[in-house]
Every structure is written in structure tokens, then in C-alpha cells.
Ligand binder design. Structure first.
Ligand code: DGJ
Length: 454
């Protein structure tokens, strides 16, 4: 289920991680395995367009934004092809786009595959305009042969040279047109890794990547070097161990360059198979880059970035708190129980059980605990019995944590009712080796709400 009605164009005032992000039409932004490109003062987000019913390639979406908070759906930049590597019932992942300084053309790279991940090949597509439509050109060749690998990323160096990053720690240098590969500059640097991303600060290159656990999150690691050719030095985890990279998998690092600072924005995916369209979210956090030490020491549930200066600032979800235990404000139907170790929380795994909060204001946020047996929650906001928006929230996390689960866009100030309903379903999946991953139950928990009128 996705949001039902369009909101005002500017409805977010900060970057919120791990919660549904709605576009200008009120629909969940569907752009995973993403990258962001800046062109003519605007940011363009490219990512995997998903459905909730199949993992088949559904196209790559393109969104635009002037502030990195509010995203406008532009178009399907590369649609499903009639046949071939990105035809029906194929896989297309981890789209990355760079502009060739030589030709001015936009070149899109991606992982193409069968639904069973048995035919991985890196492909490319080109377009004269940033939003597309892109023309799929097939496999990108190195010495006449395709690169038969899967997770990939891209990196554009200060001198305009473009590079393809491949899982296990391979790097290829592209021709100046970005349409051929000229040289392999690194091989097998970080064996066992997926989801590579590289950025550069000063004269140091940083390589970030995950371990191989399918769509499950793990503690991602980084390496540093003064040349892409290496030697690369392992730096360990860049988020505290056990947070599973703040419950996400690396996809890209966006340098936001201002007059006095550059913020390197980590972009990660919080996957939610099979509801990848509705319930998978984004974890975008400012990286702390201190010499050769890289970290995201604390999770910022809300943060802002001054695009003029390039400075990030931590923010808070503003408003008045309503505890889940406030019987005057919070209503429950169905079986909700206090959580033994967290008496202020209520949780339920009964399909259809509902928790409702009537509020007057312009925004509401919900905090709750994600657990290994967390399931999907259907969130709706109604006004006078009319649906204003709806969203699906995944309450699963291998390691339990209580944090922001949902924040509404800014709505016209009015009286609304927020409802959270236990969907009675949960995310889980198996990988190529048939190992099972994901949640074991349908639990939804509520700890508190925050209502604001601005
Ligand atoms: C891990 C990769 O990082 C993802 O992009 C995706 O391909 C999943 N594997 C599929 O299991």
C-alpha cells in the first residue's frame, strides 16, 4: 500500500532516515540501490523501481530535488526492455549515473541478471538529457568481453575520469566517453564484499562495502588509499558494531559541496523484501571523515544540510510527546500488551489490531521498537473519515532498536486521526543458497507519538 493523496510540494524540512519518504505525488519514493547526481543546481536521484509482488526489473526511476529533502518524480529513466538483459522477468539493480565531461552525455550503469541471479553482467545505457529516457546499450566491454559480476558502483574522480566499482574489490577505469572500459586498476581488494561505493576527500580515497548477506543488513566496512590502485588499508566498521550499519546496506556516497564545507552523505538501503516498493526505506547520514578515520558515530533521525555552506546540522522531530500508555489520547482495539523490558511500549501481532491517535496539528511522528519478529504495519492518516495518506512500515530488525518509524509530511494544520494497524504479514526471503532471512513474526510496537503544529 502506498500513499493515496498528493501533498504540498515542500513537505519535508529535513532528511529523515529509515522511515517512508513520500514524493511530490504522495507516493513512496521507489529508488533503491541508488545514486544522486547534481546537474544545473538540481539533485537527481536514480534508483531501482520496485513492486511489492516480484523482484523482476521494473525500470529505474528518476526523481529531482532542490534541497535533498523533497523529491519530485520525474520519470522511469530506463523502462523494462522488450527483451534481452533488462527484458521481462530479469533483474536490474544498483543503477549509477555519471556525466561524461568529454561528450556531455549521461551514462547509466547497472547490474543485469536472471531472476535467479545466474547470469550477472554489468550493462550500460546512455541519454543526452539527465532524466532520460536512457537507451540501453547492453553489456559494457573490457577487452571485448562483458564484466560478469553483480554488485557495482561508480566513482568520478576530480580529473573527470570515471570508474566502475565491483564487489570483491575490483575497480575498472572507463574510457573518456564512459562507454568502454580501458583498464582494470584494482582486483580482489576486499574479497567477500558487496555494494561498493567510493568517495574522495583531499587526497584520500574511501571504499565502503557490505558483507554478503543478501538483503539482510550487516556491519559494513571501509578501506582507505591514496591511489585507487592501492595499497588499501582496512579501517573496520564505519558504524558502531552491532548496529548493522544503522540497519542499512551501502549504495553510494554523495559529496555535497558548499562554500565552506563538504558533507559526504552516506546513502544506504533498508531493504524490505517482498514489500520493496512500499516498505523499503533509505538511510542517509552525514559521514564523519577525520583523516583516515571514517564513521557514522550516532544515528541522526533528522538532520539538515545547508546547501550554500555545505554544513550539516543535527535536527530533532519537533512537537509534543504523547506516550503510548496515555489512555486519554491513544486508543487500542485488538490484543496489545506492554513489552516486558520496555513498560512504556505496547505491542501486538494480531492481524487487524489497531492503535489510533486523534491529533490537531500539521505533523505526527511515531516511535516504536523494531525486533527480529517485527512485521508490517499499515499506517493511515484520515481527516473527517477521508483518507489523507497511507503507508506501510516494516518493524523488522535483527537487533532490536527503538526509534522513529514514521513521520508524516507537513500537512495543512487541521484535526486528523493517525491509525497503525497490524498487517499480519512480515518480510522474509531466501538467498541463492536457499538460506532463509528476515522476520519470524508480525509484531508491531508503539512507544510514543510526537505531534507538531508547524
Ligand atoms: C545483495 C546485493 O547487495 C543486493 O543489491 C541484491 O542483489 C541482493 N543481494 C539480492 O539478494
Amino acid at each position: 500500500m502506498i500513499a493515496a493523496s498528493a501533498q504540498t510540494a515542500k513537505h519535508y524540512d529535513a532528511i529523515y532516515s529509515g522511515v517512508p519518504l513520500l514524493d511530490d505525488g504522495g507516493r513512496a519514493v521507489s529508488a533503491h540501490g541508488a545514486c544522486i547526481l547534481k546537474e544545473n543546481g538540481k539533485y537527481y536521484l536514480f534508483g531501482e523501481r520496485h513492486s511489492d509482488t516480484s523482484n523482476a526489473f521494473a525500470g529505474f526511476n528518476c526523481y529531482s530535488s532542490a534541497d535533498l529533502y523533497n523529491w519530485k518524480f520525474e520519470k522511469i529513466a530506463l523502462p523494462v526492455q522488450p527483451s534481452g538483459r533488462l527484458g521481462p522477468n530479469r533483474v536490474g539493480e544498483r543503477v549509477k549515473v555519471m556525466k561524461s565531461p568529454k561528450t556531455g552525455e549521461f551514462v547509466m550503469f547497472m547490474h543485469t541478471d536472471t531472476l535467479g541471479y545466474t547470469d550477472p553482467v554489468i550493462g550500460y545505457a546512455t541519454s543526452k538529457s539527465v532524466t532520460g529516457p536512457y537507451v540501453f546499450r547492453g553489456a559494457i566491454l573490457f577487452n571485448g568481453s562483458p564484466i560478469k559480476r553483480w554488485d557495482m558502483g561508480s566513482f568520478q574522480d576530480d580529473d573527470g575520469k570515471g570508474y566502475l566499482l565491483i564487489h570483491e574489490g575490483d575497480i575498472y577505469r572507463l574510457s573518456d566517453e564512459y562507454t568502454r572500459i580501458e583498464e582494470q586498476v584494482l582486483a580482489n581488494m576486499s574479497s567477500g564484499c558487496e555494494s561498493p561505493a567510493v568517495f574522495k576527500k583531499g587526497s584520500t580515497y574511501y571504499w565502503l562495502s557490505s558483507h554478503k548477506t543478501s538483503w539482510e543488513r550487516n556491519d559494513n566496512e571501509y578501506y582507505t588509499a591514496s591511489s585507487l590502485k592501492g595499497p588499501w588499508k582496512a579501517g573496520g566498521n564505519f558504524a558502531p558494531a552491532g548496529t548493522l550499519t544503522w540497519n542499512s546496506q551501502t549504495t553510494f556516497v554523495l559529496p555535497v559541496i558548499g562554500a565552506s564545507d563538504t558533507t559526504f552523505m552516506f546513502m544506504g538501503d533498508r531493504w524490505s523484501y517482498p514489500k520493496q516498493e512500499s516498505a523499503a526505506t533509505y538511510v542517509w547520514q552525514p559521514l564523519v571523515v577525520n583523516g583516515s578515520v571514517l564513521s557514522i558515530p550516532a544515528f541522526q533521525e533528522a538532520w539538515t544540510i545547508d546547501l550554500k555552506t555545505g554544513k550539516p546540522a543535527s535536527s530533532v522531530v519537533p512537537g509534543k510527546e504523547i506516550p503510548a500508555s496515555d489512555a486519554n489520547r491513544v486508543g487500542y482495539t485488538g490484543a496489545w500488551r506492554p513489552v516486558s523490558s520496555l513498560p512504556e511500549q505496547r505491542s501486538s501481532d494480531e492481524e487487524g489490531a489497531r492503535c489510533t491517535v486523534a491529533f490537531t496539528g500539521s505533523r505526527i511522528a511515531w516511535y516504536g521498537q523494531s525486533t527480529a519478529d517485527g512485521g508490517y504495519a499499515r499506517v493511515t492518516i484520515q481527516k473527517n473519515g477521508r483518507l489523507v495518506l497511507s503507508s506501510l512500515v516494516d518493524m523488522y530488525c535483527k537487533n532490536p532498536n527503538t526509534s522513529l518509524r514514521f513521520i508524516s509530511p507537513v500537512l495543512p494544520k487541521d484535526s486528523y486521526t493517525l491509525a497503525i494497524e497490524v498487517a499480519g504479514e512480515h518480510g522474509n526471503w531466501s538467498d541463492k543458497r536457499k538460506s532463509m532471512y528476515g522476520s519470524t513474526g508480525n509484531r508491531v510496537s508503539v512507544e510514543r507519538f510526537v505531534v507538531s503544529d508547524k
